[in-house]
Design a protein around this ligand. Structure first.
Ligand SMILES: *[C@@H]1O[C@H](CO)[C@@H](O)[C@H](O)[C@H]1NC(C)=O
Length: 392
């Protein structure tokens, strides 16, 4: 009898404990309770904000729960700092208003700012970007557009299992953050949708992106100034413009990019594979300690490219030479097919040539033959199997 009694007491104790503590009540916060409607039509912005406010004040870890269904949400800011850890668990889909102008002028749709210890688990974001893209294509006067989900000045963040479709601009922005883990996200926008980058990282340290599928109209991942200790692995990229460090060096004074790794990834039908891109302008920016390793290219136009001559419409680049110093970039075990003859392009700056570039086991073919490579203002070493022949 004694053990049974102990168990019953334990259960009773827990019941009393849970019922009697108000902080427990705050720890799971269902959006429906705050007036959200899963009909895709009723504006659920305020309920979302109310639920966030409750979670943010909770002394114990809290979960904001978004059940199955479609929730219409306008531009919304989730502000911190909050008292404890917050998980936003999303089983449903968050949809933007049908009229693109509703989000268009705010620059963001879902914005987390100054938050710490926040996890976003699951969920689908549908920004309904097609109207906005059509406006831009028509050359009309359009609003600036909205990024779908943004973290600004945030630390200790996890985003796992999130899907985002048809963003107006970039799907997912990580800006001025520390310690961000992104895993198993899926970001989709049509091949020709303008400026729909997948993930943009800048001014951030310790970002990890793993196991994600990025099919977009612009860069799968773009890496801006001030990015340090970025790890990307098991990425499927394409269609889209590939993984790009840059554009960098637009400004004279600009933070550099360092310690960036991309491994075990596949590019399919993308414009670029791994790219470093800088403006042909004076700048004290830099790129150093970058590794691209174990990568498969399927029909990629520029599988390996450094382009330091970026200058759209040839405007604002008085000396046509980039000041960004690129050094210590390793390309190892990169294989597959190029969609153009020139699979390896190093077009570095006249005034700051690329240094310490390493090619190690590269096998890239074009129409079943060896592709070609081209080198300008670049120094480095080559090892192992090299198809095309190294021009370093
Ligand atoms: C590079 O980044 C990784 C991942 O954040 C980190 O573990 C490592 O210590 C960094 N290396 C240097 C030299 O900063």
């Amino acid at each position: 009898m004694a053990p049974k009694l102990v168990v019953s007491c334990a259960i009773l104790f827990h019941l009393l404990f849970f019922c009697g503590t108000s902080s427990y009540a705050a720890s799971s916060i269902n959006l429906i309770k705050y007036g959200a409607k899963p009909d895709g039509k009723t504006d659920s912005t305020q309920p979302f904000l109310k639920a966030w406010a409750v979670a943010c004040k909770s002394a114990t870890a809290a979960t904001v729960y978004v059940p199955y269904g479609r929730y219409l949400v306008k531009a919304v800011v989730f502000r911190g700092p909050c008292r404890n850890r917050i998980t936003v668990r999303i089983d449903g889909t968050i949809v933007a208003p049908t009229d693109y102008r509703a989000l268009g002028n705010s620059g963001y749709w879902i914005l987390f700012t100054k938050v710490n210890r926040v996890s976003v688990i699951g969920g689908t974001l549908d920004a309904k970007g097609a109207g906005f893209w059509a406006c831009r294509r028509s050359g009309k006067n359009c609003p600036v557009g909205a990024r779908s989900i943004t973290f600004n000045w945030a630390n200790n963040i996890l985003v796992s299992g999130l899907t985002s479709i048809n963003s107006q601009l970039t799907h997912f922005v990580i800006n001025s953050c520390n310690d961000v883990k992104v895993q198993n996200v899926k970001l989709y926008a049509p091949d020709q949708s303008p400026n729909t980058d997948g993930i943009h990282v800048q001014s951030s340290t310790g970002v990890t992106i793993t196991g994600s599928t990025l099919q977009t109209g612009d860069d799968c991942i773009s890496i801006g100034p001030g990015t340090r200790n970025l790890v990307m692995s098991s990425i499927k990229c394409g269609p889209g413009h590939g993984v790009s460090i840059g554009s960098l060096g637009r400004d004279l004074n600009e933070a550099g990019v360092q310690n960036v790794t991309l491994t075990n990834s596949v590019f399919s039908g993308s414009d670029n594979g791994v790219r470093i891109k800088t403006w042909a302008r004076s700048s004290n920016g830099f790129v150093k300690n970058v590794v691209f390793q174990n990568i498969i290219m399927n029909n990629v136009k520029n599988p390996i490219i450094i382009d330091q001559n970026y200058c759209p419409s040839n405007q604002g680049c008085p000396r046509q030479s980039s000041g960004v110093k690129i050094s210590g970039v390793t390309y190892k075990n990169i294989r597959g097919t190029s969609a153009t003859q020139e699979a390896v392009t190093f077009d570095c700056s006249r005034s700051s040539p690329c240094r310490g570039i390493t090619l190690h086991d590269i096998k890239l073919t074009y129409m079943n033959k060896a592709a070609t490579s081209s080198c300008k203002n670049v120094g480095g070493t080559s090892r192992g199997v090299l198809v095309p022949k190294s021009c370093l």
